[in-house]
Design a protein around this ligand. Structure first.
Ligand SMILES: Nc1ncnc2c1ncn2[C@@H]1O[C@H](COP(=O)(O)OP(=O)(O)OP(=O)(O)O)[C@@H](O)[C@H]1O
Ligand SMILES: [Mg+2]
Length: 247
């Protein structure tokens, strides 16, 4: 299959199942470099399962997930490990270790995956803290001393600590109040520009879709019901709001 170098992710004829139950039936779509791309669909439509096929958590039954031109489910162990370093993930309940301070939480991936000195690792952790809009004082706090928005930001900093090319987010604004949610969207857009990231997010948050997302797929009945930009969808539907709230 030909690979377009403008695409960071290419999903080809992907079928996923749990037991005999088909969740996705030969779906295909592309995610462009530096896009903020959303996976949408009703509850149970397979958004999280689809995300999981891109982060090595759910093996597809058939078809391909190509990231940076490579079919990730057919890599040998060594290449799979290298590929995983291109990927940062913020899970919905982006668990921080509650017994560790923010700084210690941020240092974990750097300790595990780099040979930097402790001093360099600490400096990097502070850099990431600032990049996600948190003050240096936050470093010494523990997760139970943070607001929901701050927890998300620390989780984000940790997901980005190894400078991945693609950031995967599962419901990043869920549980945040509307104002914090919009700030988080703004941060994602800023980081995309600053770090030249591609961002793939599962979301129910229609304000995020309208404000931050470039393109999306909408999943329905095991298929891709729509792939394209918010603007295209707007042109195709009478009321975008009504349409988005109905899916
Ligand atoms: N580990 C699993 N084993 C069996 N079935 C599963 C598993 N995970 C998900 N499913 C089923 O697969 C379908 C798709 O689930 P998935 O979590 O991908 O949907 P979703 O679109 O993310 O839904 P939501 O919006 O509720 O998070 C659901 O019917 C779900 O019950
Ligand atoms: Mg889900």
């Amino acid at each position: 299959m030909e690979t377009n170098t403008q695409n960071i992710v290419e999903v080809r004829n992907l079928t996923t199942t749990y037991g005999t139950r088909v969740i996705h039936d030969r779906i295909s779509f592309n995610i462009g470099k530096k896009e903020i791309f959303a996976l949408l669909g009703g509850s149970g439509s397979g958004k999280s399962t689809l995300l999981n096929t891109m982060i090595f958590l759910k093996q597809p039954k058939r078809g391909e997930v190509r990231i940076l031109g490579q079919d990730i489910w057919r890599l040998n162990a060594k290449d799979a490990l290298k590929m995983k370093l291109n990927i940062g993930v913020l899970f919905q309940f982006g668990a921080l270790f509650s017994s560790l301070s923010v700084l210690e939480n941020l240092m974990i991936p750097l300790r595990e995956w780099t040979h930097f000195s402790s001093q360099d690792i600490e400096s990097l952790a502070y850099i990431w803290l600032t990049r996600v809009g948190l003050k240096a004082e936050v470093a010494k706090l523990y997760p139970n001393e943070l607001s929901g928005g701050m927890v998300k930001r620390v989780g984000l900093a940790r997901a980005l600590a190894l400078s991945p090319k693609i950031l995967f987010l599962d419901e990043p604004t869920s549980g945040l109040d509307p104002k914090s949610a919009r700030h988080f969207d703004d941060l994602i857009m800023e980081l995309r520009d600053l770090l030249e990231l591609s961002v793939v997010m599962v979301t129910h948050d229609m304000e995020s879709v309208k404000g931050a997302v470039d393109r999306m797929v909408i999943l329905k009945d095991q298929k891709v019901f729509f792939e394209g930009s918010v603007r295209t969808l707007e042109q195709q539907t009478e009321s975008l709001d009504l349409f988005l709230y109905q899916i």
